[in-house]
Design a protein around this ligand. Structure first.
Ligand code: CA
Length: 381
């Protein structure tokens, strides 16, 4: 118990010191009797997700988080987690949390493209920020305040709840040797990446994860991306597609979002709000750690045990996709001042962090494999 208290205290300090304002509606000083009542109230929340129930990583993380919140709050905040389709469909999560059908929802902001196209920036941008960089922008570069401003009219407060790291490029049954191989290709690919694919002649399809396997198997789609080796192996995509392409240019570091109904949030006492924020920051970190380890293990299994053929997209294809990605993102501002501010903030941070990461992350990763003859060592040493 002593340990647990120290843990909560430490994390509360970290949250308080992180420079990010607490969610809107932080509790105002309550009277003594009100405060006592709040301490005795058990809050029962529903957390709906866009993922199949218990999907490794994305589906299991919110369950682990709810368990932690229950323990840290001594049972005062009891969150029940629902998989996609149990309470509402995957793509109805945002509206359901906005309307208060559920107090919390986990998903990815690019799923709300139909309602709020600019929201995609807070999940991932093709050829944009990596996981590490997204966390920098959201929590210390102004991104989170803009995300909250964007969702505020819907009565929803967003927070980061994980990141998968760079995803894989997807599963194909024919090789992609040039841009012409993308023409007419029906591919499940969400978010801005789908828009980019459309502009180079492909046919993007948006569908929740639960439909991916059967759609590829029955030929409704020709190709699909999903997440990375860990989740793709769980779906069995290697049993119905021949080639596994990289890199995931379209999702270089997608942030998993957790959204909270603003009224439900305001009804929580300050200590429970701090517990939720702390649990989310911990989950945000934990998911990336889990994906880093499990993806690496699963990739080895896919290649060694299942004979999956890895392919890298040709440079010609990546360069064209990168050019088109920049056009697609630049057009997103339109006439909307908030959209403009979001894109400006993202661009400014991107320029800043990229010049730093050129001489740190990239220089180091290059240094790890460089050989004196100019080639690359790939000896795993
Ligand atoms: Ca994906």
């Amino acid at each position: 118990m002593k340990h647990r208290m120290a843990f909560v205290f430490l994390f509360a300090l970290m949250v308080a010191g992180c420079g990010q304002p607490a969610g809107e509606g932080s509790a105002s000083p309550a009277s003594a009797s009100e405060s006592r009542k709040q301490q005795q109230t058990v809050y029962r929340w529903k957390l709906i997700t866009t993922w199949p129930k218990n999907l490794p990583g994305l589906g299991t993380a919110p369950v682990r988080m709810a368990d932690r919140i229950r323990t840290m709050s001594n049972g005062r905040l009891d969150i029940k987690v629902y998989g996609a389709g149990e309470l509402v469909g995957a793509f109805e999560v945002f509206d359901a949390v906005s309307q208060g059908t559920a107090q919390m929802g986990n998903g990815a902001s690019y799923y709300w493209r139909g309602k709020l196209p600019i929201a995609a920036i807070f999940s991932t941008v093709p050829f944009g920020l990596t996981a590490q960089e997204m966390n920098g922008w959201l929590h210390y570069g102004g991104g989170m305040a803009l995300w909250r401003e964007l969702y505020q009219p819907f009565g929803v407060i967003p927070m980061a709840a994980g990141n998968t790291g760079v995803q894989m490029g997807g599963w194909f049954n024919k090789e992609i040797n040039s841009l012409t191989d993308l023409e007419g290709l029906k591919m499940r690919i969400p978010g801005l990446g789908g828009e980019v694919l459309a502009r180079v002649g492909g046919v993007p399809v948006s569908m929740p994860g639960s439909e991916v396997f059967s759609s590829l198997q029955t030929g409704v789609i020709d190709a699909t991306e999903w997440v990375g080796p860990y989740n793709d192996l769980a779906f069995g995509l290697h049993t119905i597609a021949r080639y596994y392409y990289y890199p995931g240019w379209h999702e270089p570091g997608p942030t998993i979002e957790s959204i909270v109904n603003a009224e439900a949030w305001a009804s929580l006492p300050a200590d429970l709000q701090a517990i939720v924020e702390t649990a989310l920051r911990m989950t945000n970190d934990d998911v990336l750690a889990e994906f880093t380890a499990r993806n690496a293990q699963a990739l080895r299994m896919l290649v060694n045990d299942h004979g999956v053929q890895l392919r890298k997209f040709p440079d010609e294809v990546l360069i064209r996709l990168r050019t088109v990605s920049r056009e697609v993102v630049a057009e997103m501002a339109g006439d909307d001042p908030l959209n403009r501010r979001i894109l400006d903030s993202y661009d400014k941070f991107s320029t800043l962090v990229r010049s730093y990461h050129e001489i740190t992350e990239r220089a180091y990763i290059n240094a790890r494999v460089v050989r004196s003859d100019g080639g690359e060592a790939n000896d795993g040493a």
